[in-house]
Design a protein around this ligand. Structure first.
Ligand code: GLU
Length: 428
């Protein structure tokens, strides 16, 4: 979210500028890539359940499509801003590029709080959003997907409205759909599992036995829940998770030093990843302040929800025991904090690499929709593992070869690919 002191788009541009300099990109390429190609801002008027009318603000930002149709999620969030969506759209371009899938980058959003909206009102927002943008999205143009506080159900409402407008079936226009209505098996798990595939490889490279590691997670939504599931399967121990508490309008951290019980914790968590505090106390969890997740004595930190979590202030609280950070969220670390982590030698698996599992599986979903033939979950997940593992090693090799920070290595690979595609197309 953009606040007075933190603007994610400025951060995304600063990261890009530094890499453009290192790559020696010409001015036209820099001008092309440091701003989105196109953006749409629009009103979504809705009749509320009580008969009143409310107008919500929607966005779609298409950053770059040199490598393929724009691709990226839609967030429903009360603090959504145009600059947040711009940053996220740019990060999507780097994300699809680093895992080398034939897609570009885009992002969408609506300023709204689903906590205060009935399902019918949310459906109306979804249908209104797609009506405003229908002519500018499509399987060969721009393909939305779920993100913060949107789900497969939201995607299906959007698909349905799009197909009504177009008068034909277009299952590839949107991904993250429920299984059975054009969705892919494994899509729900994909982002969290992808984080852990890259983490697994990082630990191997660092010669750390995953079974002897402990981790702390920020956020307990789709990304963290599935990341913890796979991390536990590999023998790791998650000891802390933080999450938002909507009734108190702030976040808390839940700690169990001997390891959290994932199924038990999920059973007392709502669909937004918010854990019931009273029930967690009964289960023996220690409940601490919001940022406590960051100062746990662990080997691994996984920021898995929103941006700006590891910043100039919070970075000081990271314990010397932390060896790896796997960024499940988009933009969780500010450049100031990044510099500190770099100096400390923390092994960083940067966001647009670590959390690329979601969009990679979205790409598989499109392929399956195009073929009208759906793969088994094992097939999806083994293809996902291969893609994530290959992308991880491409980045870590670059980091070692050029002796650069992992984030810079990921940027060097992905920006170079996008710049090359723009050049080959004759745009710059
Ligand atoms: N919203 C997810 C992301 O930030 C997935 C995007 C997609 O599947 O297109 O990567």
């Amino acid at each position: 979210m953009a606040t007075e002191s933190f603007n994610p788009f400025r951060m995304a541009q600063a990261q890009f500028d530094a890499i453009a300099e290192q790559l020696g990109l010409d001015q036209a390429t820099r001008d092309l890539l440091r701003n989105p190609d196109k953006e749409y801002h629009f009103n979504i008027p809705i009749r509320m359940d009580d008969g009143s009318y409310q107008v919500f603000r929607g966005f779609r930002v298409q950053h770059n499509d040199a490598r393929g149709p724009n691709k990226g999620g839609i967030r429903f969030h009360p603090q959504e801003t145009a600059d947040t969506v711009r940053a996220l759209a740019m990060w999507m371009t780097w994300k699809t590029s680093v895992v080398d899938i034939p897609l570009g980058g885009g992002k969408g959003g609506v300023i709204c709080d689903p906590h205060n909206l009935s399902m019918r009102e949310q459906e109306a927002i979804c249908r209104g959003w797609i009506r405003q943008i229908a002519k500018s999205v499509g399987p060969l143009q721009d393909v939305p997907a779920p993100d913060v506080m949107t789900s497969g159900q939201h995607m299906l409402w959007m698909l349905d409205e799009y197909e009504k407008i177009m008068g034909a079936k277009y299952p590839g226009v949107i991904t993250g759909k429920p299984v059975g209505t054009g969705g892919s098996l494994g899509r729900t798990e994909a982002t969290g599992y992808g984080v852990v595939y890259t983490l697994r490889e990082a630990l191997k490279e660092l010669d750390i036995d995953i079974e002897n590691t402990k981790a702390s997670f920020q956020g307990f939504g789709n990304v963290s829940q599935y990341a913890i599931e796979l991390y536990h399967k590999y023998g790791g121990t998650a000891i802390a998770v933080s999450c938002w508490d909507n009734s108190q309008q702030k976040a808390f951290t839940f700690v169990n030093k001997s390891g959290i019980d994932l199924p038990a914790l999920k059973a007392i968590t709502n669909k937004y990843g918010e854990i019931d505090q009273d029930k967690a106390k009964e289960l023996g969890y220690e409940i601490l302040e919001a940022d406590a997740w960051i100062e746990q004595d662990v080997d691994i930190l996984v920021p898995g929800a929103l941006e700006n979590q590891i910043n100039e202030d919070t970075v000081k609280r990271i314990k010397p025991s932390v060896k790896v950070i796997a960024e499940g969220a988009n933009g969780p670390t500010t450049p100031e904090a990044d510099a500190v982590l770099h100096d400390r030698g923390v092994w960083m698996i940067p966001d647009f690499l670590a959390n690329a599992g979601g969009v990679t599986c979205s790409y598989f979903e499109q392929v399956q929709c195009n073929q009208n033939y759906f793969w088994s979950k094992d097939e999806v997940l083994s293809k996902l593992d291969r893609k994530m593992t290959d992308a991880y090693y491409a980045v870590s090799e670059m980091a070692r070869k050029r002796n650069v920070y992992m984030r810079d290595a990921a940027y060097l690979i992905s920006v170079a690919r996008v710049a090359e595609a723009c050049k080959l197309r004759g745009w710059v």
